[in-house]
Design a binder for this molecule. Structure first.
Ligand SMILES: NC(=O)c1ccc[n+]([C@@H]2O[C@H](COP(=O)([O-])OP(=O)(O)OC[C@H]3O[C@@H](n4cnc5c(N)ncnc54)[C@H](OP(=O)(O)O)[C@@H]3O)[C@@H](O)[C@H]2O)c1
Length: 344
């Protein structure tokens, strides 16, 4: 990649206009960021090129993870962005420890690897990607089960969390958080942690609003970060089932979009931002990147629109996590403690 001078595109969004969420650490996190999981559809090179494009459009927040397999390429892109004139302090970079690195010392090792790949000295936010140490081979089928998979074991999770807390003390990360949690698991973590999670990253879109967990984390000073904010229309085949519903085709969303003269995706993002979330839509196409960031700054949804969208929750979870199940006979609902009890 060649050095470039990075200037804001004529139609870009001044980053100062993007709303920020104040975390319990005091840090200010941009309310819309770019997701970087290519969903097996976009190569690392395409996602890295989109990171540069996004920066010229005014994005400063990037949601990464070691398991996305593209952090080294994104690191190259981020270095170009910084050499192009955007200082590190203006960027917000999140990464996540994968399920295969929950052992003693592994969390710190994995974080150091992400820092090296992303060419950074610190991360703004580091998340425990899933609350299970269960992993699967790349490209496996949706019904694959790892014979060593385990249920949620709170003591084990707290050993992972202690390493996350150590990363804060070492200055390698500025904030830490959880992801793919249930309220039952969160309650135990909040009871036993020394450093509170600053965010909980969770699936959030109009057809999966998770109102109880959303309220629980907000009431405890934890920022909800919503993934799949558009209903993940390009997710891999293994994450699709015949019962899944399509947010972008919901009549309520479509009607509001028609009234405002925008794409239904924009309505989903306006709703997320107005609800108080941080949303991390993925896109590599310039037109999508731009309209997704615009939704954060130009948001004419009315209280009636918000109420109408609140009424279309279908409880439709798209990232069900079935590959993380720990024994035969369980169903993906057992990963999410829907009856309030942690399944064993
Ligand atoms: N913590 C976790 O466990 C977790 C899990 C899943 C995802 N994530 C994060 O969340 C991010 C987003 O999730 P996601 O990619 O699954 O779902 P998403 O953001 O809901 O959907 C992204 C897809 O929507 C389409 N799209 C984007 N902008 C659009 C626009 N303005 N108009 C019309 N269509 C548009 C694109 O499809 P086409 O490219 O086909 O046009 C794009 O690939 C990921 O990249 C990742 O960073 C985290």
């Amino acid at each position: 990649m060649k050095d470039i001078k990075l200037t804001l595109a004529a139609d870009g969004i001044e980053p100062g206009r993007v709303p920020k969420r104040k975390l319990n650490t005091g840090a200010q996190m941009p309310a819309v960021g770019m997701g970087t999981f290519g969903s097996d559809k976009y190569s690392g090179e395409q996602v890295a090129a989109a990171v540069i494009e996004a920066a010229t459009l005014g994005y400063r927040h990037f949601d990464c993870a070691s398991v996305y397999g593209n952090e080294a390429l994104i690191g190259e892109a981020l270095e170009l962005v910084r050499r192009g004139g955007i200082p590190r302090e203006e960027l917000w970079v999140t990464s996540k420890v994968w399920n295969d690195s929950h052992g003693d010392g592994d969390v710190i090792r994995s974080c150091r690897q992400s820092l090296k790949d992303l060419r950074l000295e610190y991360l703004d936010l580091y998340l425990v990607h899933w609350p299970f140490p269960n992993f699967h081979p790349k490209g496996c089928s949706g019904d694959y089960h790892n014979p060593n998979a385990k249920p949620y074991i709170h003591e084990d999770y707290m050993r992972v969390w202690a390493q996350m807390e150590e990363l804060v003390r070492l200055g390698l990360v500025r904030a830490i958080g959880t992801s793919n949690m249930s309220a039952a698991k969160m309650r135990l973590v909040l009871r036993d942690c020394e450093v509170l999670p600053a965010v909980n990253e969770m699936e959030l879109h109009p057809h999966l609003q998770q109102p109880e967990l959303f309220k629980y984390v907000v009431d405890n000073g934890i920022q909800p970060v919503g993934f799949c904010p558009l209903g993940s229309p390009s997710r891999p085949e293994r994450d699709r089932t015949p019962d899944d519903t399509v947010d972008l085709e919901d009549p309520v969303i479509v009607k509001i979009a028609e009234r405002l003269g925008v794409h239904p995706a924009t309505v989903c993002l306006m709703w997320a931002v107005k609800r108080g979330e941080v949303a991390i839509p993925f896109a590599v196409k310039r037109v999508q990147l731009l309209s997704n960031l615009k939704a954060a700054v130009d948001n004419p949804l009315t209280p009636e629109d918000m109420q109408a969208i609140a009424g279309i929750d279908r409880g439709c979870r798209l990232i069900k996590g079935q590959v993380f199940l720990w024994r035969e006979g369980l169903s993906w609902e057992d990963l999410w403690d829907e009856d309030g009890k942690i399944a064993q």
